[in-house]
Ligand binder design. Structure first.
Ligand SMILES: [Zn+2]
Length: 186
């Protein structure tokens, strides 16, 4: 007996939330977390090759949707090289609390399909919190908000296309929504 679970998309559990962004991004979701030491103390994400295009796809989708641009940092310069805004306020939501909701559809492996798995509930896909990290960084790069630290409400759902919840995609990708919470201080 299966039943669709109401995940209540589009409503963070906080009052006074104004939706700023909703994007659907198609691509191969990659979690962010594990780092490899490249020698000399230089650390890179161990899945760099898949992480970078995924983050870029999210950043570009956000930039297109909001008509903004990527923050261009120059060493020792506190301001964006493109617009001159201070980096620490470089976002459509330049300050104040933010809620983010994402439904990440990951590839269903042949083995998972053979077993009839309805959820990606094992270690063959990245952990949900790692998916959240890459999405949050990508949104920050797309100038949705100025700093990941502004995110106070975070709902991450990791699914297959066959998982019986709203916002699953027919192929790998993600549905991402962002809200600004409350009235920002002047
Ligand atoms: Zn700028």
């Amino acid at each position: 007996m299966s039943e669709t679970i109401a995940a209540a998309p589009g409503s963070p559990a906080v009052p006074q939330a104004t939706q700023i962004l909703e994007i659907t991004v198609i691509g191969t979701p990659a979690g962010q977390g594990a780092l490899s030491n490249k020698g000399g103390g230089r650390m890179v994400h161990s899945n760099h090759a898949v992480l970078m295009p995924w983050r870029a796809a999210i950043t570009q989708a956000a930039i297109r949707a909001l008509g903004t641009h990527q923050r261009v940092r120059v060493k020792r310069q506190p301001n964006c090289r493109i617009c001159g805004k201070p980096n620490r306020r470089h976002g459509v939501i330049s300050q104040g609390p933010v809620a983010v909701q994402m439904v990440v559809t990951v590839e269903r492996s042949e083995a998972a399909a053979k077993r009839g798995d309805l959820w990606p509930d094992n270690s063959t896909t990245s952990d949900a919190d790692h998916h959240a990290r890459s999405v949050l960084d990508a949104l920050c790069n797309g100038s949705v908000y100025a700093d990941d630290g502004q995110v106070v409400v975070l709902e991450t759902t990791k699914v297959f296309s066959v998982t019986p919840v709203p916002d699953t995609l027919p192929r790998p990708g993600a549905v991402i929504r962002v809200w600004k919470i409350g009235v920002p201080a002047a």
